[in-house]
Design a protein around this ligand. Structure first.
Ligand code: AMP
Ligand code: MG
Length: 310
């Protein structure tokens, strides 16, 4: 018998070679989550995708500040009351990480900016610039030093009116968590895109990586850039779709918590990082003036950044 025969048989029945491509889309966290992966069995694939979406849904009900009963909304409601609130593992993990990014970015990224972001969201809806005194009072409630982390996962919000907004980081965390669910279900070649916060595991069969398309400005026009990635995450932040045009200036939905103002620098920031939570938070942080000191820290963490300016 030909000595190659057993190897051929092995290759023929190797799971990645028999793998089919599956794709699923569901709305979550105010955007569309797309899950693409390779698997050999349709029923197993459907079941794995369903559990991944369940995990995203669970996280939405923890982090959303649009849901009045979310863990984050309930925590924000205790601001200034002196209460120490024991929070769950997910909130503790994302909050402690966010506090580190806030410190490193000198407050450019700050999840305590919720009163300001709510005021700006309202301005976007009304297409009207926010009142200066509203911004001034909202600004007083923001600042990462107004959060005290106690032992046993207890959180205290020191200042009345402080509202938490995890919109700049929670989608990335949800993408990471959904990827972990897929891995636990034996799916090793996957891509999860949570509205521009993307994580990829192993490359599709026979490919160098997952083809990722990101928005860039080329000569003042929106364009795309393509690159291949595996076992990494990428996030993009910028003013491309959500902004307020007022008296000739464009104000982004990303605000500088230190000034209370929507960012006006026209740029798209793309961050490639080991986790999607890192990519998401840093893409938001670097859309605001975070100081040049952060780049050494980012390099140490294996985080790469590219700016595309209008
Ligand atoms: P992203 O699209 O990931 O850049 O996140 C933008 C969202 O993060 C906004 O819509 C706000 O909900 C929130 N946000 C805005 N500015 C900041 C900031 N400076 N730090 C943290 N979160 C912010
Ligand atoms: Mg972000």
């Amino acid at each position: 018998m030909n000595s190659c025969f057993p190897i051929l048989l092995l290759l023929l029945f190797h799971p990645t070679l028999r793998a089919q491509r599956f794709e699923y889309v569901e709305p979550h966290m105010g955007t569309e989550f797309r899950i693409v992966f390779y698997a050999s069995d349709e029923a197993d694939a459907n079941a794995a995708a369903a559990v991944a979406f369940q995990r995203i849904d669970e996280l939405e009900h923890i982090f959303s500040d649009y849901i009045g009963e979310s863990e984050v909304s309930r925590l924000s409601a205790t601001a200034g009351t002196g209460q120490k609130v024991a929070v769950g593992d997910d909130l503790w993990k994302v909050l402690t990480f966010s506090q580190k990014v806030a410190k490193k970015s000198k407050g450019a990224f700050d999840v305590t900016a919720g009163a300001l972001t709510k005021r700006w969201r309202q301005a976007f809806r009304q297409k009207k610039f926010p009142q200066a005194q509203d911004l001034e009072s909202a600004k007083k409630t923001a600042g990462f030093k107004k959060v005290k982390l106690h032992k046993n996962h207890q959180v205290e919000l020191l200042k009345t009116g402080t509202q938490l907004d995890f919109g700049g980081v929670a989608k990335g965390y949800a993408v990471d968590e959904a990827m972990n669910v897929l891995k636990k279900n034996g799916i090793s070649a996957a891509m999860i895109d949570g509205g521009g916060d993307i994580a990829v595991s192993d490359a599709p069969p026979g490919e160098p990586g997952w083809a990722i398309e990101c928005s860039v400005y080329k000569a003042g026009e929106l364009d795309t850039r393509m690159f291949f990635l595996r076992n990494r995450a990428v996030a993009t932040s910028g003013d491309t779709y959500r902004y307020l045009e007022w008296e000739g200036k464009r104000y982004s939905h990303i605000i500088d918590p230190r000034t209370g103002m929507g960012v006006t620098s026209r740029q798209i920031v793309t961050v490639v990082a080991p986790t999607c939570m890192q990519a998401d938070a840093w893409a938001t942080a670097l859309s605001v003036e975070a100081g040049t000191g952060v780049f050494r820290h980012l390099k140490k963490k294996g985080i790469e950044v590219s700016f595309s300016r209008y």
